[in-house]
Design a protein. Structure first.
Length: 580
């Protein structure tokens, strides 16, 4: 296989000249290609067969122990003008970046196969989908890309038809963290990633293409590429609202996207469209619509069990690649939060010893096809996507943020998103549990200056006939003893219900300086063991804490100087003034 697209042919030839692989394999996405890759990896010890009776077609991959998460400090956006990347990104001049990274690519595929992986982000026939090609020397990446994207012949055919594609050059290099770089060149729609074989660093369709490069492309073309799950909430009388929800990494996006309605809310159904990324476009009638550019889930494993996420638990019992989980004596995957079984070997393959820390790495992952999810929505394949009724922002906040509130309008909603903050998690290298500002959950993923990004969000208002309502949720509020006040998981449907009822003009709220907050009577908490005090605390808006929050947001916005739109600072001032 090769291609009729000359630009693609030339780029592959140039990449081969630089990296000097022993052979080049164009990937067609077929089952036989997948089977051969699995055989190869098993033979090399890069995959381990899990118990095929309990977990048919499931395999384990152990990454290098120094390569277990995204590396934000080694991730760069390389634009000609530094201001275009903004203070939210590490920046390097493109010429210098190419020089640095090409030195690491020089000859790095010697003795290896170079795989050429054409892929499509979004349903192949969708006008909202976009294609890319990843060149990689990692068969693990190919196997994952085959699950996470529409990969192979149909994608190549679309590239040949459209004539455009995002170029991603990837090599695991020597896995030395000192020789690891994840470079983005949005002006050329290209990516160069070297030195890591893990997740978002290496599966270039995901964070690098579908968020960093796509957010840039989306600004130019008038749409949005967002770190959002997409979920459909169907009421007992058959009305379905689709919500797009932005939460930082490892804050429960996958769980919310696959929520299992509790028995106390009979007749409600939840449909998953996506769990991590949404591409949002305005249709001919001025409605905001969403597609999920991905076709699989690369989800955090620890904590997954029938109580927290029964759908995910069922979904990952077959045809799943596990990365960095532990194994039981009989070869079943094991992780913290699983009720049964005992780990025999930890994520590094060592005999399990609690003194070495958790058995499964806290950022261990599953890769699985979206269609295996019991709550999979067939509209995931709809070329036109789904209409969005509401946008939800949220984070992990012990204090300050109430369980839910609604922004006054779209502009205020943009401030609510821009002011998001969350306690950090294991999804990225660095300290866990510190509060950091993470606007729209895009801090690690926005491929351009946040000031320009907020302006783009604000500009979209005039293009929509009826902008979605905007909400903020916080499942993670704690009491003074560090106990969670809200049960979370399936019970979050109660909050989603208030939200969809707000969209349909059916539920009440009180107006506060930060927006509309439900009164305790507006939320259906029947059957929950929640004291009135607890509910009061969950819905509390403490003016002193919020004054401090708004001042902090003002300081954060200041970092972006004159790129911050006046409308946004105006919204901040309005909220601050209302707080007294
Ligand atoms: C992810 C992340 O892997 O956000 O989705 O880190
Ligand atoms: Mn994510």
């Amino acid at each position: 296989m090769t291609t009729t697209n000359a630009a693609l042919r030339d780029w592959v030839a140039d990449a081969a000249k630089l990296t000097r692989p022993d052979r080049i394999q164009w990937c067609d996405g077929s089952q036989s290609e997948r089977d051969a890759l699995i055989e190869l990896m098993l033979a090399r010890g890069e995959l381990i067969t899990l118990n095929q009776e309990t977990h048919p077609h499931c395999y384990l991959h152990r990454s290098d122990p120094s390569d277990v998460a995204r590396v934000e400090h080694l991730t760069y956006v390389c634009t000609r003008n530094r201001e275009d990347a903004g203070p939210n990104n590490n920046w390097m001049d493109p010429a210098e970046a190419h020089r640095k990274v090409d030195a690491l690519f020089d000859g790095c595929m010697h003795g290896r196969t170079m795989y050429v992986v054409p892929y499509c982000m979004g349903p192949i026939g969708s006008p909202y989908a976009r294609c890319g090609v990843e060149i990689t020397d990692s068969p693990y990446v190919v196997l994952n890309m085959r699950i996470m994207t529409r990969m192979g012949v149909p994608a190549l055919q679309r590239i040949e038809r459209d004539g455009t594609f995002v170029r991603g050059l990837h090599s695991i290099g020597d896995l030395d963290p000192e020789r690891r770089l994840i470079m983005h060149f949005p002006e050329d729609l290209s990516i160069k990633s070297v030195g890591s074989g893990y997740g978002g660093n290496a599966l270039l369709g995901k964070k690098c293409h579908a968020l960093r490069i796509a957010s840039w492309q989306a600004r130019d073309e008038g749409w949005l590429a967002e770190h959002m799950l997409i979920v459909g909430v169907e009421s007992p009388d058959g009305e379905t609202h689709y919500l797009a929800c932005a939460f930082p990494s490892a804050c429960g996006k996958t769980n919310l996207a696959m929520l299992v309605p509790p028995a106390t809310l009979p007749g409600w159904k939840v449909w998953t469209i996506g769990d991590d990324i949404a591409w949002l476009s305005i249709d001919g009638e001025g409605r905001l619509r969403a597609i999920n550019p991905e076709s699989g889930f690369f989800g955090v494993v620890p904590g997954t069990n029938p109580k927290t996420n029964r759908n995910a638990y069922e979904m990952i019992r077959r045809n799943t690649i596990y990365t960095n989980v532990a194994v039981t004596a009989d070869g079943q995957p094991w992780w913290e939060g699983l009720a049964d079984g005992k780990p025999a070997r930890d994520w590094q393959g060592r005999p399990y010893d609690p003194a070495n820390g958790p058995a499964a790495h806290p950022n261990s992952r599953f890769t699985v096809a979206a269609s295996q999810n019991p709550s999979y929505s067939p509209l995931t394949e709809a070329p036109e996507g789904v209409p969005i009724s509401a946008i939800l922002f949220g984070g992990r906040r012990r204090k300050v943020a109430p369980l839910v509130y609604e922004a006054r309008d779209w502009r205020h909603g943009v401030l609510v998103g821009a002011g998001m903050a969350s306690e950090t998690t294991a999804a990225a290298v660095g300290k866990v549990g510190v509060v950091r500002r993470d606007p729209m959950a895009m801090k690690p993923f926005c491929g351009y200056n946040f000031g320009d990004y907020w302006a783009h969000w604000l500009n979209l208002e005039g293009k929509m006939s009826k902008p979605p309502r905007v909400f903020h949720v916080n499942w993670f509020r704690q009491d003074n003893d560090g106990r969670f006040l809200w049960p979370g998981f399936g019970e979050n449907l109660r909050v989603l219900r208030w939200i969809v009822d707000r969209c349909a003009g059916r539920s009440g709220a009180r107006e506060t300086p930060i927006g509309f907050v439900p009164e305790p009577r507006d939320l259906d908490v029947r059957g929950l063991a929640l004291g009135e005090d607890t509910l009061g605390k969950l819905l509390e808006v403490d003016p002193a804490a919020w004054r401090a929050e708004m001042d902090d947001i003002a300081g954060y916005l200041d970092d972006f100087g004159n790129r911050v739109p006046d409308t946004l600072t105006g919204e901040q001032r309005k909220t601050r003034a209302a707080l007294g």
